[in-house]
Design a protein around this ligand. Structure first.
Ligand code: TNX
Length: 680
């Protein structure tokens, strides 16, 4: 069925050029194809206005990557020569009347003109032009004979939203400088113009701060001799990395050429275990906890009442402000656990003296103080939506609504500039489909769902919609180490393509079938040429029907289970329920399942830890079974991998035991999922 549908889509593509046009992604506002072709000459002449000098170099480099020219001549000039034959002109036309970042692209038989409303407009026009260029011909000795035709066309185009963003979390998994640059480059080819760079969280501090070098030198690593516990896959060796200020300057400049503004984020006052391990004094009780790092509950929170904290933050933010030209610095504000503040005598005193009844008012106070610091460096704060609900913040704060559409709407209604990025549409660490890698707490996020998002459906009035500055996708990165080298690309693409079109193209011009067709016919091939290892839809598999059986058993363990999550939860085999122990695993810890009667099955899957996330697990261990014919002897049958194992006993068994051999992770508990036993 799927195949027939695809064939239909492709035939629509082939026969309706109007529907697919040049298969641009994102689709431009207005495209008018004309007769004829422009042929790229072997002597390439680029005319450019002074504001876009870097783009003349960029365009030359792009064209050279694909084609060979006898010579390239670049001329800085606002005016064209009388004979324009064969030239490409790129210029800023401040009187174009086009919206910001808009452009005209005009390809005639004689020349190619790109006029932008501003620098960004010219950059966007260049992207559209690059999408029109044919595949690179193989290099040849006599290039003059190589024909590189570009279809004659008139395009008028401009973005739907000024903020078209993508967030990358480099705290949970470190992403090397070159990969970050490549990521930004590929975003810019989709006319994404904001890169939200999540630089610090519980699991790592990734930016060099010269006045406090230990933040990155110590806080940038976990495991081994680091005070930060290992987590998320790197268990044995010390793992991490950070960007020097020189790296950052290089990346910022690289992004700026590509019309991408970088918004750095340091997550405050919660999600701050990494910095708290390096500078325990920032905490209310001044004691760094020794529990494993954890993205889900934020127990390491900066003390609000400690004056020295604001001095440290001033040092940090002054350096960050100097490095990033963006007006906004993202200071987090999500998932703050107020427990520490409730207990801290100084925070309680502060609450009393301010007349506060709720600790969340302290969060608002904290954000306000950080805003004051930022203001001194000419910056404003961006925050996650929780911070904006904690109290009234300065009116120039920008809010990222991630929890839900509603959360974003509340921020917009309250008058804040709002970036709409509800997790159920825009979190690309979620799975595409149930059988693929990723998290799933915000639901499955297939590309079609991303594409379907229209911020107007949120019920905001036209007036309130004006506060919606745009949309953003996010790639949180807890699973990066397990996902391997292709993880970032795979989770991002093709969802970024859909996001780009949500952000750029007028709603009336958006259509899923049309988008899919442009992707299939042309854009996937472009992604390949960009070197993106995008996700390929898994083939529908002829699956063998698996029948699960639920034999009765009893559990014995060296670990004690919590009252609310006893081992007996496992005995009714309901997937989704889990047993949870009172402490983490040490070497020698075991769980033994003893069956009431011998079990003859095809396989048993044993999963320790969360079902999607490598936490609270046996990081290393093995499984052993006792067979029916020799019930008192355990035979080792395999090693656990990332806390799990599927065993396939050939003959009936009476018991199975898993034994931990790994180093303790500092996890506060071990979680056990129900067994999955497949009938023979
Ligand atoms: C929630 S979104 C978080 C992140 C996690 C993410 C995992 C947000 C502001 N907080 O810390 O990485 O879920 O999907």
């Amino acid at each position: 069925m799927k195949r027939i549908a695809l064939a239909l889509v492709l035939s629509v593509c082939t026969f309706s050029s109007q529907l697919c046009g040049q298969d641009f992604v994102p689709r431009p506002v207005s495209v008018e194809e004309r007769e004829g072709f422009f042929r790229l000459p072997t002597i390439l002449r680029i005319y450019y206005s002074p504001q876009v000098a870097p783009l003349a170099d960029y365009l030359e480099a792009e064209l050279r990557r694909s084609y060979r020219f006898d010579a390239v001549r670049k001329t800085e000039s606002d005016r064209l020569p009388s004979d324009t034959k064969g030239i490409i002109q790129i210029y800023v036309d401040s009187e174009s009347g086009l919206p910001a970042e808009g452009y005209w692209l005009n390809v005639s038989g004689r020349d190619i003109l790109i006029a932008g409303a501003d620098y960004g407009g010219v950059f966007n026009g260049i992207q559209t032009l690059l999408q029109m260029l044919p595949d690179a011909p193989p290099f040849c000795d006599d290039c003059k004979s190589v024909d590189i035709p570009v279809k004659c066309i008139n395009i008028t185009d401009y973005p739907r939203f000024e903020y078209r963003g993508m967030m990358l979390d480099v705290a949970r998994t470190f992403v090397p400088k070159e990969t970050v640059m490549r990521y930004i480059d590929n975003l810019s080819r989709h006319k994404i113009n904001r890169f939200h760079w999540h630089l610090a969280n519980d699991e790592g501090w990734r930016i060099e701060i010269k006045s406090h070098p230990e933040l990155a030198e110590v806080g940038g690593f976990r495991g081994g001799d680091s005070p930060i516990r290992p987590v998320y896959g790197a268990w044995k060796e010390k793992y991490g990395g950070y960007y020097t200020q020189e790296d950052i300057r290089e990346i910022v400049a690289y992004a700026a050429v590509r019309n991408v503004e970088i918004i750095p984020e340091i997550d405050l006052p919660g999600h701050s275990r990494a910095v708290a391990r390096v500078v325990p004094d920032i905490l209310c009780d001044g004691e760094a906890d020794t529990v494993a790092t954890n993205g889900y509950d934020a127990r390491n929170v900066w003390c609000v009442s400690r004056e020295e904290n604001y001095e440290l933050l001033d040092d940090i933010l002054s350096e960050i402000s100097a490095l990033f030209p963006s007006r906004y610095i993202h200071i987090g504000g999500d998932e703050v656990d107020y427990g520490q503040w409730r207990r801290c005598p100084h925070c309680r005193e502060l609450m009393a003296s301010c007349g506060f009844s709720e600790p969340e008012q302290l969060e608002a106070l904290f954000v306000e103080r950080v805003c004051d610091i930022l203001a001194r460096y000419g910056k404003c704060a961006a925050v996650w939506n929780e911070a904006a609900e904690a109290g009234r913040l300065p009116s120039d704060v920008r809010v990222h609504g991630w929890e839900s559409v509603d959360a974003a709407c509340r921020a917009a209604r309250a008058g804040y500039a709002t970036v709409v990025m509800p997790s159920s549409w825009f979190y690309f660490d979620m799975k595409y489909t149930a059988a693929e890698p990723g998290l799933r707490w915000a639901g499955l996020v297939p590309t079609e769902k991303v594409y379907s998002f229209d911020p107007r459906q949120s019920g905001l009035s036209t007036e309130e919609m004006r506060n919606v500055v745009g949309v953003e996708g996010a790639l949180w990165h807890e699973l990066g180490l397990l996902g391997g080298a292709t993880y970032i690309d795979r989770q991002s693409y093709p969802r970024v393509c859909a996001l780009a079109e949500v952000a750029w193209t007028p709603q009336e011009q958006r259509d899923w079938v049309d988008f899919e067709c442009r992707m299939e016919r042309t854009h996937y091939a472009r992604l390949s040429r960009m070197g993106i290892r995008y996700r390929i839809e898994p083939a529908v598999q002829e699956t063998q029907v698996e029948v699960y059986i639920t034999p009765e058993f009893a559990v014995e363990s060296s670990l004690r289970a919590r009252t609310a999550n006893p081992f007996s939860i496992l005995t009714d085999y309901r997937w989704g329920r889990q047993a949870r122990t009172t402490r983490g695993a040490r070497p020698g810890d075991y769980v033994l399942f003893v069956f009431a009667a011998p079990v003859d099955c095809r396989s048993i899957e044993i999963v320790t830890g969360f079902s999607d996330l490598p936490r609270c697990l046996f990081v290393e261990g093995y499984a052993e079974v006792a067979y029916e014919h020799e019930p008192d002897r355990f035979v080792r049958i395999g090693e656990l991998e990332n806390g799990r194992i599927t065993i396939r006993p050939a003959v009936p068994i009476v018991a199975v035991r898993i034994v931990s051999t790994g180093t303790p992770t500092g996890d506060e508990s071990v979680i056990f999922q129900p067994l999955k036993i497949v009938a023979r």
